[in-house]
Design a protein. Structure first.
Length: 358
């Protein structure tokens, strides 16, 4: 694949890239750059963490990037996920990997690494302490967003140390690229700031979009990043998310109740799912409707769909039904895997039984 094609693929993943010039230079000088993403095991995966993540990771792999997945079990423990039970958190991590295998992520090309395996490494902790020494408490508190926390919350000492560790992960994993969601942007910028000071490098930051949850957007938040974080799918609000093993009935029910303003594509979750999931996975969207309402439609691009929707030629309920049908089709292999594979089935049963802790 030529350089421009590689940059185009990675640009499809990154809603923001810091910086595109540095990405170009990296690809010109390194044949197989390393990218990493870290996932805190905290419960069932929703479609943004499962299918959307798989789509983005596969694009990075196709662009010739070596991808490392950091299963951040210790981070979940520090952030009091699953009641702070480290053994249960590890089970959730194993479940996550099963989901990614089942939904089409090219897991045979990925290194899955566990944070707990690095905890006896003295060099890892030297990096963490050096980052802490070169950062103010105020600067670290601004990164609390990465844990799903706010600066104003009362944080434990472990949670304050969490951003220093996540920043150290970049250099411990020898990652040229950090490829996480926009909600992780602040700690990745911290890595760019402190890396050269500590004799490391300035990682390229490829921050992917966060898919909206199914609920209406928050009208009282004006900062675009904060607004996107507030609108994303949430484990603590179950009906805001589509879980990777949801039944066909659950998918239809959730989407039928979802926020979907007529003649509006911006901040419309159903239009987002059509664009970033359906068209990415199937390349088309088929709408079935009675002849008296105009008959069936087939859209071969998101632009076609958006034009008709904005013009009022497609009713929100018809759009919802079509998107629900497509999402059900893309999640069917995942459901079947967790129904038929004994190991996966047991993992899912255990994860569902664990407490969901914010």
């Amino acid at each position: 694949m030529d350089l421009e094609s590689r940059i185009d693929l990675i640009s499809q993943v990154g809603e923001e890239i810091l910086t595109i010039e540095e990405l170009r230079a990296l690809l010109e000088t390194k044949s197989k750059p390393v990218a990493y993403d870290g996932f805190e095991p905290s419960g069932q995966l929703h479609i943004a963490q499962g299918t959307f993540r798989a789509i983005n990771v596969n694009k990075m792999l196709d662009a010739g990037i070596h991808f490392k997945f950091w299963v951040a079990d210790w981070f979940g423990w520090m952030n009091n996920k699953i009641g702070g039970d480290l053994e249960k958190i590890r089970k959730v991590g194993e479940y996550q990997i099963e989901v990614w295998k089942a939904c089409g992520m090219q897991t045979d090309k990925i290194e899955f690494l566990w944070a707990s395996d690095a905890m006896n490494d003295k060099e890892y902790w030297k990096k963490v302490v050096n980052i802490a020494r070169n950062s103010t408490v105020k600067r670290i508190l601004r990164c609390s967003q990465i844990m799903g926390r706010s600066e104003s919350e009362e944080l434990s000492a472990a949670q304050i140390f969490y951003p220093c560790m996540q920043c150290a992960d970049v250099f411990h994993l020898k990652a040229d690229i950090t490829q996480l969601g926009m909600d992780q942007r602040k700690v990745n910028v911290l890595a760019r700031e402190v890396g050269p000071k500590l004799g490391f490098w300035k990682p390229v930051v490829v921050s992917n979009k966060m898919l909206m949850g199914l609920k209406p957007p928050k009208s009282d938040i004006t900062d675009p990043v904060e607004r996107a974080i507030a609108m994303k799918m949430s484990k603590s609000v179950p009906d805001s998310a589509i879980w990777m093993t949801d039944s066909e009935e659950d998918i239809k029910r959730k989407i039928s109740k979802a926020y979907c303003p007529e003649k509006q594509s911006a901040e419309n979750p159903i239009m987002e799912y059509a664009k970033f999931l359906v068209f990415e996975k199937f390349g088309k969207l088929e709408v079935k409707r009675p002849a008296k309402f105009g008959g069936d439609l087939a859209f071969n691009s998101y632009v076609e769909l958006e034009n008709d929707y904005l013009a009022g030629k497609l009713h929100p309920m018809d759009l919802k039904n079509a998107v629900a049908e497509s999402i059900n089709e893309m999640l069917k292999p995942v459901r079947q895997h967790f129904e038929k594979n004994a190991k996966a089935k047991k993992l899912l049963e255990e994860v569902i039984s664990f407490p969901t802790t914010r």
